[in-house]
Design a protein. Structure first.
Length: 261
């Protein structure tokens, strides 16, 4: 009910919380329950997106908590009213909040107001790049293009299986300290454009901006966010949204939204 009131999909909530879509499905179906810290993060997220009715926030948050307490066999933590009072006092619902509408201290800290700490790096399913050998020239070229030449778009092409993903994971790990935020998503399963746009908007805005309804509007929101801070956005397996075997590059039916960003 609260997620529907906020206008968010299960995937969007999952992306905002850093859990899988299946986890949200299990919670909502009553087949499993979040831990107390996870439920606090969910409530804080719902506070930000205006999912609780004005003036009834405490009652509805406590009712949501009590549902887990009553039906979750392993859930034993009582609702922390002092914690919620702090969330209520420091959180403003994000409906209508303009991009970048944070104080200078919040911007400097890189976090949204309230208790829900959002990491600066969301690497999704990026492979670990702790050990990497070879490709020195390629790595140096990409780093130079991004850091020295100021390239805003870099494409890495090649046959499947030659290590493109590992190469970019290594580069992203190398240059990530120079960015305010890093967002990695694999398009291996060709997700709808509106889904990954929503996840990116929620991440880069630190849950302060509710994704718009249309792909065009979401693309505009994301571009505005990317202008607001120095961000690195990596889309792996991009070929999955392109028409295979086409004589010229074009998007598959239903995936033209990827060309808006």
């Amino acid at each position: 009910m609260h997620r529907g009131r906020a206008g968010l999909t299960q995937r969007e909530v999952a992306s905002a919380m850093g859990v899988s879509d299946r986890t949200i499905q299990v919670w909502e179906a009553g087949l499993g329950f979040p831990s107390a810290p996870s439920l606090q993060r969910l409530i804080a997220l719902y506070m930000r997106v205006g999912a609780f009715r004005k003036g009834r926030e405490g009652h509805e948050a406590a009712a949501l908590w009590d549902t887990a307490l009553e039906t979750g066999r392993r859930f034993k933590s009582a609702f922390d009213e002092e914690w919620f009072a702090t969330v209520l006092a420091t959180t403003q619902p994000s409906r209508g909040v303009p991009v970048g509408g944070r104080s200078a201290s919040e911007r400097a800290a890189g976090t949204a107001p309230g208790l829900l700490a959002v990491p600066k790096h969301d690497l999704g399913d990026a492979p670990a790049a702790t050990v990497f050998y070879g490709r020195v020239q390629e790595c140096e070229s990409i780093v130079r293009w991004v850091e020295t030449d100021g390239c805003r778009l870099v494409g890495v092409f090649g046959m499947g299986g030659i290590g493109k993903t590992a190469l970019i994971a290594h580069v992203a790990q190398t240059i990530s300290p120079r960015f305010d935020a890093v967002f990695w998503r694999s398009l291996r399963n060709a997700p709808p454009c509106r889904d990954w746009l929503a996840a990116a908007i929620l991440f880069f805005s630190e849950q302060l901006v509710i994704p718009a309804e249309t792909e065009d509007a979401r693309a505009g929101q994301l571009l505005e966010l990317l202008r607001d801070r120095r961000c690195l956005l990596v889309l792996d397996n991009f070929e999955t949204v392109l028409e295979p075997g086409a004589s010229e590059v074009r998007y598959r039916d239903g995936y033209t939204g990827y060309g808006l960003v």
